[in-house]
Design a protein around this ligand. Structure first.
Ligand code: CA
Length: 225
């Protein structure tokens, strides 16, 4: 079964370019030209990945992203003409898994898509990773702390899995970048901080003791308080 890609893009030229290229690569492609029809299509035929333009008429890509995220964990790759780090952070806050700044090369788009698929794919041998009262199921990609189940986005899962597989080991920012993002996201980006903050919010929701600690100037470590 080819993977189903939903492209939400109002610029017909770009939408057609993406559709043609992705079909040629063997994907099944749906195209929506505005946010609401994108959401409708995603509901009717659940995609394996969404390529979502930021600037859309009516409901913008950010709002579409939030609604998609509220409905499930589909990987979301946002397209944007905005290059400022702050805009990226805003999009990541809305639940996007990755970014591509226009204009982009089709090869780079394919590489990012493959990376997202790899991360979203359930591991062949599901297992439950455990650290203290925090559990992570590599089959369902869900975490659990105490009795509380925690839903994670694709990137949050991947980051937490990296911590859970390396307990008490200090992970440098460079290593995390390399493993979780797999490419240079851009010099001074604070994307890792942003995601660590998400994970802390989710894993410390009920005031539980912190597990992911900052090692100033170096990176992060999963350890007891
Ligand atoms: Ca647009």
């Amino acid at each position: 079964m080819p993977e189903r890609i939903l492209v939400v893009e109002d610029e017909a030229r770009i939408a057609q370019f993406l559709k043609r290229g992705l079909i040629y690569e063997g994907y099944h492609v749906d195209v929506a030209s505005d946010g609401q029809s994108g959401l409708d299509m995603a509901r009717d035929n659940v995609p394996d990945l969404v390529i979502l333009d930021w600037m859309l008429p009516g409901m913008d890509g950010l709002e579409v992203c939030k609604r998609l995220r509220a409905a499930g964990n589909v990987p979301i790759l946002m397209l944007t003409a905005k290059e400022e780090v702050q805009d990226r952070i805003t999009g990541l806050d809305a639940g996007a898994d990755d970014y591509l700044v226009k204009p982009f090369s089709f090869d780079e788009l394919l590489a990012r898509m493959r990376a997202l698929f790899r991360r979203a794919a359930p591991s062949s041998q599901p297992e439950v990773l455990r650290f203290n009262d925090l559990l992570l199921d590599t089959g369902t990609h869900r975490a659990q702390r105490g009795d509380r189940f925690i839903d994670l986005t694709a990137k949050e899962y991947e980051l937490l899995e990296m911590f859970m597989r390396n307990p008490r080991r200090v992970l440098t920012r460079e290593l995390i970048f390399d493993r979780v993002w797999g490419y240079d996201f851009g010099g001074e980006s604070n994307i890792i901080e942003v995601y660590v903050r998400y994970l802390r919010q989710k894993t410390e929701e009920d005031g539980e003791p912190r597990l992911i600690h900052t090692v100033r100037g170096v990176g992060y470590v999963l350890r007891e308080e």
